[in-house]
Design a binder for this molecule. Structure first.
Ligand code: UDX
Length: 430
């Protein structure tokens, strides 16, 4: 099938590459000329394990193309995916201006039947919104269908999530259009759910908000464990054995960050308020998440008192491992908080240093974890990269001026850290 994907961010680029790898002819479009030039040179604008190789293979085999023009990209495509950014406005509302601009562009070049699929995370009602924009601007009276097909991929394992999704949700308004999408996804041999457009749109937000709720719930339990002398890791394990609860997304820590959960929970809150629904449950989820960093920094401050002039080493900048994404990263919140208190900051991340250098000022970028630890009064683990789990703790301690280790992701064992000479602080246990 010939497919056009508009937007080459995490969702668009990975989706396009995977569709090409399944044997389709895929035209990826982005209005960012620099990105398209990079992609045409075989360079990736984002870090995602396995993506570069997949893109190169499909470009070489003549199945994957990159354009800046929507007209060119959609010309011979049967299905057009919209996968552009849907950021939050200050009030939590989703900003649909990029979706609207793409819909208008599609309308202006629509000269035969197309299936227009929204993959961008956008609130319930966006399918209708896209339809209205296209109807307003289309120049020829041709038929089209609008579908909602939310993406559930996680950064860092986006290709595997795209190839082996837990489910494929297809929100359609008629049977005929569902068949085309079923055909496209059939090679994956994964469970497919056909719904109406609105239900598909809600499924995406409900899923992300539910996962965010799990994280905030375990962080609430972590607070309780610290006071009661319990161990949140054991509590999560004990809960996770119950198949109704499940063991995933019960990792207590600094809370959820990234490009999805913070914005999607706020967007769902906004939608619910618009429908005059009681939002107290979701408000609590957001509040618990927002309190994670101030609470963590409070503990650092208690120990280093005063923070002013103290050297704090930060390990991990990306919002989670295996990505270079810093959007809503807890590292930025922690660093800015510590900088305000006049700490001296040294940082290292295995892949997010380049991105961080454009955002973070007044910090020292180091070559590795040991350099970060050099002369530090405290070391803070912010992202649970695997390479941090395997550090030589004795060597790390020797580099430091003071022995304080604040583990925001519970990656070390307390006894092990203490044996290496650290005074160790973690989440949800004494
Ligand atoms: C998320 C959803 O998982 C994915 O389905 C959706 O398509 C996009 O949003 P992503 O943001 O890439 O994916 O990362 P994810 O692995 O879900 O982690 C989100 C945040 O939650 C990270 O900051 C992570 O550190 C945090 N987290 C996750 C926890 O604090 N505890 C956990 O147990 C799991």
């Amino acid at each position: 099938m010939n497919v056009c994907v508009i937007g080459t961010g995490y969702v668009g680029l990975v989706t396009g590459a995977v569709f090409a790898d399944l044997g389709n002819e895929v035209y990826c479009v982005d209005n960012d000329k620099r990105k398209i030039e990079m992609l045409n040179r075989g360079e990736m604008p984002i870090y995602e394990p396995g993506l570069k190789e997949m893109v190169r293979r499909n470009v070489e085999d003549g199945r994957l193309f990159f354009f800046t023009s929507v007209a060119k990209g959609m010309k011979s495509a049967k299905v057009i995916f919209i996968a552009v950014g849907t950021p939050s406005r200050a009030n939590g509302e989703t900003d649909l201006s990029a979706v609207a601009a793409v819909a208008k562009d599609i309308a202006l070049h629509l000269d035969d039947y197309k299936i227009i699929v929204n993959k961008s995370t956008a609130p319930v009602g966006t399918g209708n919104f896209v339809r209205n924009v296209i109807e307003k601007y289309q120049r020829t009276n041709v038929e089209f269908d609008v579908v909602s097909n939310p993406e559930f991929l996680k950064e860092g394992c986006a290709i595997a999530d795209c190839l082996y999704p837990d489910r494929i949700v297809i929100g359609v308004s008629n049977h005929h259009v569902a068949m085309a999408l079923l055909e496209l996804y059939a090679p994956l041999e994964r469970p497919m759910l056909i719904t109406d457009v609105e239900s598909a749109e809600v499924i995406k937000y409900a899923s992300n908000a539910f996962l965010a709720t799990k994280i905030s719930f375990i962080n609430f339990i972590a607070n309780l464990c610290e006071k009661a002398g319990a161990d949140v890791s054991l509590v999560a394990k004990g809960m996770g054995y119950d198949s109704r609860i499940g063991k995933d997304f019960l990792q207590a820590g600094l809370g959820y960050g990234g490009s999805c959960f913070p914005k999607d929970t706020l967007s769902l809150l906004h939608t619910a308020r618009n429908f005059r629904e009681d939002t107290s449950l979701l408000e609590a989820v957001v509040k618990i998440n927002q309190e994670r960093v101030p609470k963590f920094v409070g503990r650092i401050e208690q120990k280093l008192n005063p923070i002013k002039g103290k050297v704090v080493g930060v390990l991990g900048l990306a919002f989670k491992p295996n990505t270079d994404d810093l959007r809503d990263a807890k590292s930025l919140e922690i660093i800015n908080n510590l900088l305000k208190k006049k700490a001296i900051i040294r940082v290292y991340d295995p892949v997010a240093m380049e991105n961080a250098s454009t955002i973070l000022k007044n910090v020292t970028f180091c070559k590795n974890a040991y350099e970060v630890a050099h002369g530090a009064d405290a070391l803070v683990i912010v992202t649970d990269w695997n390479e941090f789990k395997l550090l030589n703790l004795e060597k790390l301690r020797q580099e430091m001026r003071k022995p304080y280790l604040f583990d925001g992701r519970n990656i070390y064992n307390k006894e092990r850290a203490e044996r290496a000479g650290f005074e160790y602080f973690c989440i949800g246990k004494r």
